[in-house]
Design a protein around this ligand. Structure first.
Ligand code: 8YV
Length: 327
């Protein structure tokens, strides 16, 4: 019989996935739910045939330089691959896979939740009640902004952007988007979405802007200080993608200066570190990178990881290969 590959998993995964993984492969789990240290990560790439990392593992060229030649596959548990140096992996002949598609709807739900939470002041209202400061209903208390009839600008019209567009139409918003490429006319029509080739021009006209693109060298600080200035003082920004896509300091300055109405952030530029200045602001809703965090989604992500490893181990091309050129 063929020797089973040594699969090293960097974080605790759902029990059902870990069990199946141990049945299929020579698996080394991390019962500890703490991210690996740099030294532990280097140890893992030296020993593994297959590495299963998550977004919290920085697999840069320095780490990969220490990998043993037997490391053939990085089967990441997650869709974003900005934590992996794809060029460096390719140069070493290491295949990289991710888990696209199974967290699309969940992340779009969370994006919609953030839009509603910021516009309708959910966080503020909850804090008021919990602090015992609610003295009763009043006609002018806790007034938010209506989202019905408002313009939503989606930055990045991939799977999640499109799932968000469908939801936003259901909430009576008009949908606009910017993407490197215009999506197929049939999809555009089905989503009733308006394409903006110029991100600048779109931003200047939106009530709500949602970031739904991956973090790549090309999207780092895509919402730069200059671009954020194009928004209106009544606009809201939400981000369930990656913190690095927004110049966070510039965003904070604008929120403090009331040049923006609010922000909903599930991801941060230096997460899990949160700027103390963000914590002082009432008009922001802050979440701990939980956009895709559903029980069902995590199982499906794990199943994708299993399929990617199994097909690769059987000598076939795994379904979810990632190529630097795709991003
Ligand atoms: C995951 C994510 O929780 O998939 C992604 O890109 O950011 C999250 O949905 C994370 O990646 C798990 O590794």
């Amino acid at each position: 019989a063929q020797k089973k590959p040594l699969v090293i998993v960097t974080r605790k995964l759902p029990d059902a996935i870990e069990t199946r993984m141990m049945e299929l492969f020579d698996t080394r789990l991390n019962a500890d739910d703490k991210p690996l240290s740099q030294a532990q990560l280097v140890e893992a790439v030296k020993q593994a045939d297959v590495l299963v990392p998550t977004v919290t593992d920085r697999i840069d060229s320095k780490v990969l330089a220490q990998a043993a030649p037997k490391l053939r596959l990085i089967a990441s548990f997650g869709t974003g691959v900005d934590h992996i140096d794809l060029d460096s992996a390719r140069q070493r002949g290491i295949t990289v896979t991710n888990t696209p598609g199974v967290l699309t709807e969940d992340t779009a739900d969370m994006t919609m939740a953030l839009i509603l939470a910021v516009a309708r002041r959910l966080g503020e209202g909850e804090r008021l009640v919990r602090a015992g400061k609610w003295t009763g209903w009043a006609p002018t208390a806790m007034l938010g902004g209506r989202i019905w009839g408002k313009r939503l600008g989606i930055v990045g019209m991939g799977r999640i952007g499109q799932a968000l567009a469908r939801r936003a139409r259901g909430f009576g918003m008009t949908v606009h988007y910017h993407n490197r490429r215009r999506v197929h006319p049939d999809i555009e029509r089905a989503l009733e979405a308006t394409y903006w080739e110029s991100l600048d021009q779109m931003l200047a006209r939106m009530d709500i802007v949602s970031v739904n693109c991956p973090h790549t060298p090309g999207t780092y600080h895509l919402l730069s200080a200059r671009r954020l200035k194009l928004l209106r003082s009544t606009s809201i920004v939400v981000n369930t993608a990656r913190g690095e896509v927004i110049d966070e300091n510039a965003l904070i300055r604008m929120l403090r200066g009331k040049e923006l109405a609010g922000a909903g952030l599930d991801v941060f530029e230096h997460e899990p570190a949160i700027s103390p200045k963000l914590l002082e602001l009432d008009n922001v809703v802050l979440l701990p990178h939980m956009g895709s965090a559903t029980l069902e989604g995590r199982i499906e992500m794990g199943e994708k990881v299993l399929i990617n490893i199994k097909t690769f181990a059987d000598g076939h091309k795994p379904p979810d290969r990632v190529f630097a050129a795709m991003l």
